[in-house]
Design a protein around this ligand. Structure first.
Ligand SMILES: NC(=O)c1ccc[n+]([C@@H]2O[C@H](COP(=O)([O-])OP(=O)(O)OC[C@H]3O[C@@H](n4cnc5c(N)ncnc54)[C@H](OP(=O)(O)O)[C@@H]3O)[C@@H](O)[C@H]2O)c1
Length: 266
């Protein structure tokens, strides 16, 4: 019996698999399935088992990780129906797909964990939030947390918080990439070489994050510390406030929360 069957080894499924071996699970503890057979090539020389149907994988695994796009979930769950039994734990990372929805399709006695990770799990610096259906045991919770702890930090939350978490940390890397892109382009417009501008921006973001994580100060205190009166940072921050940066981010997060609700299957 496999400890984990992964359905969908795209960006996230693969990042999870690569991040949990060997610390949490061994190659031979895992089986995988994907409709895109090219994704399965990389397992030719591995002890991870490639199965050719969802039914085979699900019947022979203790836990099942669903790492397909939200729009493919209904098909996958329908294929799983009848193969999942009470001992199984189903773990979904699909945005907007609720534990209730999964239980409704697979059966009320299916134990379900829902996790919202982000792309940074691929470098083991992910931020993942987990919630569980009420019938999950402490062992189920520990198992899921051990998977995602190997990939960064985890947080246990109430499911009602999943939309805002999706909008803040799930989509967050995308916002930060956009901000970095803007600063790199501005550096170029002012005459920096692209590689130099990129180097400076990446290191600045990385350094600021390290400072924020290791310091006991709040983000506000750190910002105040680097903003000397009448200095350059103050001049720039003043313009950001005039352009209502806070309001802009509020609206952006609101749009992401609304989109998460639209995608949601309750
Ligand atoms: N990417 C992120 O930053 C992020 C963050 C948090 C959560 N998530 C969630 O993670 C999930 C996976 O996202 P991703 O970016 O890894 O997607 P992805 O790269 O498209 O990977 C999904 C894989 O599943 C395959 N697939 C589709 N239908 C299938 C089926 N019926 N049975 C088996 N495999 C199937 C896809 O094949 P085809 O390409 O042929 O369809 C693809 O290889 C999504 O639900 C998303 O909401 C993503």
């Amino acid at each position: 019996m496999k400890k984990l069957f992964i359905i969908g080894v795209g960006n996230m499924g693969m990042a999870i698999l690569e991040g949990i071996i060997p610390q949490v699970l061994k190659e031979e503890d895992i089986s995988v399935y994907d409709v895109d057979k090219s994704r399965l090539q990389s397992f030719l020389n591995s002890k991870t088992e490639v199965v050719d149907t969802i039914e085979k994988g699900a019947k022979n695994a203790k836990s099942i990780l669903l790492a397909v796009k939200p729009q493919d979930m209904e098909d996958v769950l329908k294929e799983m129906r009848g193969t999942v039994v009470e001992r199984n734990l189903v773990v979904s990372i699909a945005a907007g797909i609720t534990t209730n929805y999964i239980k409704r399709v697979l059966g009320q006695n299916t134990k379900v964990a829902r996790v919202m990770p982000n792309l940074c799990i691929s470098v083991k610096k992910g931020a993942s939030a987990c919630c569980f259906s009420s019938d999950c045991t402490n062992r189920d919770k520990q198992f899921v947390e051990s998977l995602f702890k190997a990939l960064g930090t985890t947080l246990s939350v109430d499911e009602s918080k999943m939309d805002i978490i999706t909008a803040i940390s799930g989509s967050g890397p995308g916002y930060l990439f956009r901000i970095m892109e803007i600063f790199i382009d501005i550096g170029k417009e002012y005459g920096l070489k692209e590689e130099d501008s990129r180097k400076l921006v990446y290191q600045t973001v990385s350094g600021a994050v390290s400072l924020a994580i290791t310091s006991n100060s709040s983000a506000r205190e750190l910002r105040e510390k680097v903003t000397s009166r009448a200095g350059t940072t103050e001049a720039a921050l003043k313009v950001m406030d005039e352009y209502r940066i806070e309001e802009m981010f509020h609206e952006a997060v609101k749009a992401a929360v609304n989109r998460a609700k639209e995608l949601s299957r309750e």
